[in-house]
Design a protein around this ligand. Structure first.
Ligand code: KG4
Ligand code: ZN
Length: 355
């Protein structure tokens, strides 16, 4: 027999993601013993947010409502199945933007009830970790592993002892997410949204040592309370001040050097804290996830410093690192394989859902 066909819905931010996964058969060897990705359909409302310089919650919720039905149809066609073949529905119930989440949760409930399937409500951050199980080229994830998730919506460091049973949040940003910081600094440098790729490109031409920007929550006095937390708003302000001073002095702003110095500060603090978590918990494995993983310098520094520290780094393919429905379907497929009960219909969207 084949494993269950799971349809996952992700609407926590600006990506409407529909994923279809054929779940693994417990105990089976070969391909049937692994989850198989059949569709990873993503409709983004990023273009609609571009003129605002960031994601506008109301715009995102409305866009999800419009994008869901066509995205489901596309995913079903791409997977080569009929909607009635779906064995289980999964949805992100949080954390994320409340209105955006509500659209996905409502759609998932309606779909599960009309198809008569079980429904699994899952955590978005744990979903990012589950993206790893869809990487057909990688050996199975080993436990425990430290996970660093960096996107426009979150910057979190987690200790994963077991994907479906034991994920502990070690720390997270206390203000802006790393991707958000990239977007805000890009804006003040006059670069378009989304700013991450723009800063990455500009930084490639700059000197990362030319300007030293602050590393947030990295002083000895921060270690007691915020060892694994992040802060990027002070860095953003430091960049803004530096640029203002240049302009006040009538000097040209060296955009490439500012971008390189800023990027170096973000990358340094992310990698330092992730590897500190590995060392403190005796965990020689680090999993990276989230859209900011597209950053070339971040991957480069993480790989180099991890190797020096004896830590193995796993990076799922980028299309599985950014927000998507496939990771949500994968997490539910894993819950099903573990024999876990589905959610009852009482759950709702929870914008601050803990792991
Ligand atoms: O995971 P993701 O696609 O979804 C949201 O969280 O919305 O991440 C998008 C974020 C944006 O803030 C974007 O600027 C950032 O990831 N990003 C990058 C790069 N590519 C995308 N940040 C730094 N360097 C990049 N190359
Ligand atoms: Zn995310």
């Amino acid at each position: 027999s084949s494993g269950p066909l799971v349809l996952g819905i992700e609407t926590s931010c600006d990506e409407t993601g529909i994923g279809i996964v054929r779940g693994r058969v417990p105990g089976a060897s070969g391909p049937r013993g692994r989850h198989t990705l059949l569709s990873n359909t993503i409709a983004s409302s990023m273009d609609e947010h571009a003129r605002f310089g960031g994601v506008v919650p109301e715009v995102a919720a409305r866009a999800h409502l419009e994008a869901l039905q066509p995205a489901i149809e596309h995913a079903v066609a791409e997977a080569g199945i009929r909607l009635s073949d779906v064995d289980a529905v999964a949805v992100t119930s949080g954390p994320g933007l409340a209105g955006a989440l509500m659209v996905g949760v409502g759609a998932a409930k309606a779909l599960a009830v009309s198809l008569g399937t079980p429904l699994y409500a899952v955590n978005h951050l744990v979903g990012h970790i589950a993206a790893d199980v869809l990487d057909a080229d990688a050996p199975p994830l080993e436990y425990p592993t430290v996970a660093l998730l960096v996107s426009g919506g979150h910057t979190s460091l987690l200790l994963v002892r077991d994907l479906t049973r034991d994920v502990e949040l070690l720390g997270e940003t206390i203000d802006d997410a790393a991707g958000e910081a990239f977007d805000k600094v890009a804006r003040l440098l006059g670069l378009p949204y989304p700013g991450g790729p723009e800063i990455d490109r500009a930084a490639a031409e700059g000197d990362p040592e030319a300007i030293r920007f602050p590393r947030g929550l990295s002083r000895a006095s921060d270690m007691a309370k915020h060892r694994y937390d992040f802060s990027f708003s002070g860095l953003k302000t430091a960049v803004a001040r530096w640029v203002e001073q240049q302009e006040a002095a009538g000097a040209a702003v060296p955009v490439a050097d500012v971008a390189a110095g800023f990027r170096e500060a973000v990358v340094d603090v992310l990698v330092t804290k992730a590897l500190d978590a590995c060392a403190q918990h005796g965990v020689p494995r680090l999993l990276l996830g989230g859209g900011v993983i597209a950053n070339r310098r971040l991957r480069e520094v993480a790989l180099a410093r991890a190797e020096a520290a004896g830590v193995t780094v796993r990076i799922p393919p980028l299309r599985l690192c950014t927000d998507n429905g496939a990771m949500i379907a994968a997490l539910a497929a894993e819950l099903i394989a573990e024999g876990r009960a589905p959610s009852t219909l009482e759950f709702g969207a929870d914008s601050t859902l803990p792991v």
